[in-house]
Design a protein around this ligand. Structure first.
Ligand SMILES: Cc1ncc(COP(=O)(O)O)c(C=O)c1O
Ligand SMILES: N[C@@H](CCOP(=O)(O)O)C(=O)O
Length: 465
């Protein structure tokens, strides 16, 4: 299996090199040259497998022998053993054919653990084999940061630098990142927003000369292909649990960087009968606007009750554009240049194809609170604000009522107690036991100006030997 850059001008790489590369040297994102395809019988044969065994079957074609079978099995078993629910990703029914898949039973209480537990272990394994040290640089609007730190903190061969927008993540999210002890772990609170942090990460991948000793950056954001690959698995898990492949399943996905829903798009491309993919956005609705009008444009970022989705430059949309434009890297590079300058108008064909693949819905803060309150009143089920957006979009979507609709529950409500309170729900969401003393732990982070040179200087000065 080889991986191609969406901008067509970087060399094709193997899985191992893609894992370590993050962003392609031409600024593009890596995607597999061909998508593995499972027949209906092959999907049927996946029924009843444990989560790690299912993960092994789904991702083995992408890893393509970079990790020997037995080692991959051990890695996957270790990854999902740390989840606090026997089903790993349990499904909860909230109404007729209305389900949520709880993706928040990992160590940091968000869906990011599914991929970052794996990414950390794969990195550890491969860096040890190569005898190499790397520098992890990531941007977070709240959840990727703690999941990356938790997934990678035991890796001997990495220093970790996570940029978050100062004052724009929830207190629980911040404490989850900043209370993890470790000499090689650095949290940088940037006086800007998530887009600024993400732009600094991408710029740094493009010019890594600021790092001493020829060290290289590795990405933990969903620009790293391994993140997306791991997220494909839970679409299979849900569909198989609800009667697939004999029955189609629909998904509603709270969306920001377009990584999670892109994994669903890939699952469909791999043969899973996915009848519908609903893009659920908050007020930062670039993806809803592009599907509505075809105009992919940059708008100012606004803070919302769902801070993890406060993103206006949606990285993985580029991976979809690559497919929508016939996998023509030069065209995608041109589109991304135009987007960087302000806006892109999708062609009539690309827009029609995008609309055939996805529907979309925008939910503002009032709609988020109404969904949290309504679901609590109807079912005594507590939603976090991101999942609430997904569920509100699932209810609003025009759909076949005979097809199960699964909303991805991307975070635990205890990460966002303020939003739950604002929704008028009196039940205080409790943190699980392993985080019960989170507010007593000592925090460590550095506030930096919204300035690339300041961030890069801090990184270079604080690398371990
Ligand atoms: C809780 C939560 N829900 C939804 C999302 C959106 O996921 P994606 O960026 O993959 O679209 C994020 C972060 O990205 C998140 O942290
Ligand atoms: N919502 C994310 C933002 C980063 O997205 P990623 O999936 O590309 O890592 C977060 O919580 O940090």
């Amino acid at each position: 299996m080889r991986y191609l850059s969406t901008r067509g001008a970087a060399p094709a790489l193997s899985f191992e090199d893609v894992l370590l590369a993050g962003l392609a040297s031409d600024g593009g994102l890596y995607v597999p040259e061909t998508l593995p395809r499972f027949s209906r019988d092959e999907i049927t044969a996946l029924r009843g497998l444990s989560y790690p065994a299912l993960a092994e079957r789904v991702i083995a074609p992408f890893i393509a022998g970079a990790v020997p079978e037995d080692d991959l099995r051990t890695i996957l078993e270790d990854c999902y053993a740390v989840f606090r629910h026997g089903a790993v990703a349990p499904l909860v029914q909230l109404g007729p054919n209305q389900w949520v898949m709880e993706l928040f039973h990992g160590p940091t209480l968000a869906f990011k653990d599914f991929a970052l537990q794996l990414l950390g272990r794969l990195l550890d394994y491969i860096l040890e084999r190569r005898g190499e040290k790397v520098v992890i640089m990531g941007a977070t609007s709240g959840d990727t940061g703690s999941a990356a730190i938790e997934g990678c903190r035991r890796c001997e061969n990495v220093d970790i630098f996570i940029l978050h927008p100062h004052g724009r993540v929830s207190e629980v999210q911040r404490r989850q990142m900043t209370t993890v002890p470790g000499e090689g772990i650095h949290n940088l609170a940037v006086e800007g927003n998530f887009d600024d942090c993400q732009a600094m990460v991408k710029a740094s991948f493009g010019a890594q000369g600021f790092l001493p000793d020829g060290r290289r950056l590795v990405a933990v954001n969903s620009i790293n292909w391994a993140r997306i690959m791991a997220q494909v698995v839970y679409y299979f898990h849900a569909a198989l649990a609800l009667g697939g492949p004999d029955r189609p399943v629909a998904f509603s996905v709270p969306t920001g960087n377009f990584g999670d829903i892109f994994a669903g798009y890939l699952a469909r491309g791999m043969g899973l009968p996915v009848s519908q993919l609903v893009i659920a956005t908050n007020r930062n609705d670039v993806l809803h606007r592009v599907l509505t009008s075809g105009l992919y444009d940059r708008q100012p970022l606004e803070a919302s009750l769902s801070p993890s989705m406060d993103i206006t430059v949606s990285s993985n949309f580029e991976r979809l554009l690559f497919d929508l434009y016939g996998r023509d890297g030069e065209t995608v590079a041109g589109l991304m240049r135009a987007f960087d300058d302000g806006q892109v108008q999708l062609s009539r064909n690309a827009l029609a194809d995008a609309r055939a693949l996805f529907s979309s819905h925008r939910v503002d803060d009032d709609g988020t609170c109404a969904e949290i309150a309504g679901t609590w009143a109807a079912s005594e089920y507590l939603l976090d604000p991101h999942t609430a957006i997904g569920l509100a979009a699932a209810r609003a979507a025009s759909r076949d009522p005979a097809v199960p609709m699964v909303t991805l529950a991307t975070a635990h409500p205890a990460k966002f107690p303020d939003a739950v309170r604002r929704a008028g729900v009196e039940r205080e969401p409790a943190l699980p036991a392993h985080l019960a003393d989170l507010y007593d732990r000592e925090e460590r982070y550095t506030v930096l100006p919204n300035d690339l040179a300041a961030v890069q200087t801090f990184m270079a000065d604080n690398l371990r030997a």
